[in-house]
Design a protein around this ligand. Sequence first.
Ligand SMILES: CC(=O)SCCNC(=O)CCNC(=O)[C@H](O)C(C)(C)COP(=O)(O)OP(=O)(O)OC[C@H]1O[C@@H](n2cnc3c(N)ncnc32)[C@H](O)[C@@H]1OP(=O)(O)O
Ligand SMILES: CC(C)C(=O)C(=O)O
Length: 567
Amino acid sequence: MLKNPHTKYRPHPAVELADRQWPSRRIEQAPVWLSTDLRDGNQALFEPMNRERKLRLFQELVRLGFKEIEVGFPSASQTDFDIVRHLIDHGLIPADVTPMAITQLREELIRTTVRSMAGARRAIVHFYNAVAPAWREIVFGMDVPEIIAMVEHHIRLLRELTDAQPGTEWVLQYSPETFCMAELEVSLAVCNAAICAWDAGPGRPMIVNLPTTVEVSTANVFADQIEWMHRRLERRDHIVLSVHPHNDRGTGVACAEQALLAGAQRVEGCLFGNGERSGNLDLVTLALNLYTQGIDPGLDFSDIAAVARIAEECTALPIHPRHPYVGDLVFTAFSGSHQDAIAKGFAAQKPGAPWRVPYLPVDPQDLGRTYDSIVRVNSQSGKGGISYLLQRDHGVVLPRRMQVEFSAVVQKLADASEAELGSDALWQLFERTYLQPSAAAWSYLRHSLAETGDGQRITLVLQDAGGGLHSWTGTGNGPIEAAASALHQALGLALRIDHYEERALGHGADAQAMAIVEAALPGVAGTRFGAGRDSNIVTASVRALLSAANRLLADARAAQVRAAQPA
Ligand SMILES: CC(=O)SCCNC(=O)CCNC(=O)[C@H](O)C(C)(C)COP(=O)(O)OP(=O)(O)OC[C@H]1O[C@@H](n2cnc3c(N)ncnc32)[C@H](O)[C@@H]1OP(=O)(O)O
Ligand SMILES: CC(C)C(=O)C(=O)O
């Protein structure tokens, strides 16, 4: 890269528009949408879509709600010509959908284009020619009056051809290609010439479509260019003002949004931003940006994953995992504070109330996305996300201090594995830590419980790590106290029970109980949690007590080993 890039690249000039209005406007309704997936999107593919893929994508665009669809370049490709004819001849274009076909300003190409669309109820013929200085001089070798004459000449031809077919409502779309790089006075002169040549007005509908053929400036400059044109175009009330942003600077959506503020009424783009170079305007992002401002976009992305699958299959291009609204990772939080806030947000969100879940700009459910992947756990995760997954997938509600304890266990494993821990892996770790620890000193086999009149007596049958069986009895106010007393008398374990809780896991005949005990042991710093699961509540409680006792014993032994080691 150059140390002095200004020697090679010059900033795009600003627009003289001191009284610009667009910065203080708001977008209040959805624009008219045109999908150019089958034309600009298609012409940017390694392998343009075949007939089958084009028809499939056309049907999907109709299903999504597009009312204007650019179906191809029928004068450039026999496949495109045949598809347009197929759609019209087989009545596959719904009554409220208008096809559009593009053509250069060359007589034979225009004749072919009109032939391809004959018999349609309504059809848009899309004329384009570049107007910026480099194209005028290098590509066409024409000055501005010659460009204007070329436009007028071919529009007159189109009038002749289409006037001869009054059964179709013909619409002219004129695009001054390279508009964003051209002098505004030149673009205006060419567009006004086109408007007059078509005689736009009642019964002669026309669209003027202003592209960022190559995006070369900040979005505010494009908005100024659009407002400048919007204020000066002739017969403005009879013209639909459209924009066709590309995304070379990564601001295609911003250009479209600001152009809508500046007077544009219609936008052209592709699903998920497919298109030449860094793509066309991403129609899905723009539509969902409107949706999240409370504006109905008129396009249905309520199963966005299915739309993505079809787009990927038809274009053979993958969608990035962080692509707005649709990427695999956009409803996923790895970091602890985000997970915590999302989990709290879901708990606080009332049905029907305005959306207020932190870090999620849209309710994933509105797009047919499940919450499955919202919270994912790696070494950056905290207790909030971990407990959210355990609760959501396994119905286990951890008390707050246990969340802290278990998140340290998870952190250790995530750090060691340097990988994400899925919900299953998390559950296995929970089981290994609390429910079935492999190195437990004592395992539960069975118990019996009897009323003593002033309390309960329990007999525990436990197995030691070597497989030996032991039977101990204790009494207390309830089964936990009785079991703790049995362990105290037999092993000298003076357990202090700080907390106990129990919840049902599942419903009906298969329901199980999950008991959680927090206990302390003299000589071991802090408390340890234990968990037990069983269809019997008392058994679950005894297992939970034993789980806490085993964990305290293991830590006591580890402390002894450390103390015995030479410093
Ligand atoms: C910005 C956009 O996306 S515009 C759409 C671009 N899409 C495509 O080009 C895809 C389909 N195109 C094609 O298949 C071919 O270009 C065709 C069939 C249309 C024309 O093919 P060819 O006749 O071989 O011409 P070629 O592809 O080389 O195009 C360049 C010629 O078109 C002329 N041309 C380019 N744009 C236009 C235009 N809008 N109107 C009139 N002539 C034009 C150029 O001046 C050049 O003419 P020259 O050969 O006399 O110098
Ligand atoms: C034909 C025009 C609208 C175009 O595709 C562009 O300029 O990018």
